[in-house]
Design a binder for this molecule. Structure first.
Ligand SMILES: Nc1ncnc2c1ncn2[C@@H]1O[C@H](COP(=O)(O)OP(=O)(O)O)[C@@H](O)[C@H]1O
Ligand SMILES: CC(C)(COP(=O)(O)O)[C@@H](O)C(=O)NCCC(=O)O
Ligand SMILES: [K+]
Length: 264
């Protein structure tokens, strides 16, 4: 089974190539760069073997998209049609979500949250917290039975840094990095420490509250572009897994195939 899995976030698009179900490559691209995205999709797709039975060079694979940004879903749909002659399959539309969600309106939960929760639960097989440090920060709880119970949504580093600049006269725009001291001796460092440590503090406090609710400290997995930067300052986190959403998109497709073959 060969898959090009496309994770469309609010800032970046990640394209994963899986041959025979095995990860071959995952590349992240700033979503706004249309030409790069097209090149990336085409080059991943061209690594998928052509079907022996096909006289038209049809490739033996699928393009599966998980998206929280509908305009970019349509962009990728158009690119796949124009450049590859392929239709995309969208998680939550053409492919069922891989996990049930006990929330008010399951269809409104970001597909990225559900697929990464499912990917983490598939490994942990117990209650698990999945925190995704992207444009927004989501910290979600899956129970021991593998049901998505909900979570929290906070601003990501970039949004918070921009908000401080936009709503003040004197604060500069900071690109957050790992601080060397707990407090800053100038404005930029003060903002940097504030944003950096408040996200880590939020994660610890929120997991602590989840732990109180379920009666034990759950395994905690972090992902998203900013997770690599904070992971060494989060001793309470069990795993850092890059590209968990991409892995969850693949899982959604695999589960869908399995449920179809059970029905045959
Ligand atoms: N070094 C960094 N400094 C500040 N923010 C960062 C850094 N690395 C990543 N980020 C954050 O990661 C976000 C993009 O992460 P990503 O997981 O690709 O997002 P999305 O899935 O929402 O597109 C940016 O909005 C920014 O908040
Ligand atoms: C919370 C999110 C904005 C996170 O997106 P991201 O940071 O990955 O770009 C996204 O999952 C979303 O739009 N969710 C819909 C609302 C919800 O999950 O309840
Ligand atoms: K996120």
């Amino acid at each position: 089974m060969n898959i090009v899995a496309v994770d469309i976030g609010n800032t970046n698009v990640s394209v994963g190539l899986f041959l025979d179900g095995k990860e071959e490559s995952i590349q992240s691209l700033p979503g706004a760069g249309e030409a790069d995205l097209r090149d990336c999709l085409v080059s991943a797709w061209q690594k998928i073997p052509v079907l022996e039975s096909s006289t038209q060079g049809k490739r033996d694979g699928v393009i599966v998209v998980g998206s929280v940004k509908p305009v970019w879903t349509e962009l990728v749909r158009r690119m796949a049609g124009e450049s590859l002659g392929e239709e995309i399959r969208v998680v939550g539309e053409d492919i069922p979500l891989p996990m049930s969600a006990w929330v008010d309106e399951p269809e409104k939960v970001g597909a990225d949250r559900i697929v990464s929760a499912a990917a983490a639960y598939a490994v942990v097989e117990d209650a698990v917290v999945v925190a995704d440090f992207g444009t927004a920060v989501t910290i979600d709880l899956v129970d021991a039975k593998g049901v998505f119970q909900g979570g929290v949504i906070c601003p990501g580093f970039e949004i918070s840094a921009q908000a401080l600049k936009d709503n003040t006269a004197k604060l500069p725009k900071v690109v957050v990095h790992r601080p060397t001291t707990p407090y800053g001796k100038n404005t930029a460092d003060a903002i940097n420490c504030g944003l950096y440590y408040s996200i880590i503090g939020a994660l610890e406090e929120i997991v602590r509250r989840y732990a109180e609710e379920i009666g034990h400290w759950p395994q905690t997995v972090i992902t998203g572009s900013a997770a690599a930067m904070i992971k060494d300052d989060c001793p309470f986190v069990d795993n850092y897994v890059p590209h968990l959403v991409v892995k969850g998109i693949v899982l959604a497709y695999v589960k869908h195939l399995e449920s179809q073959s059970e029905m045959d």
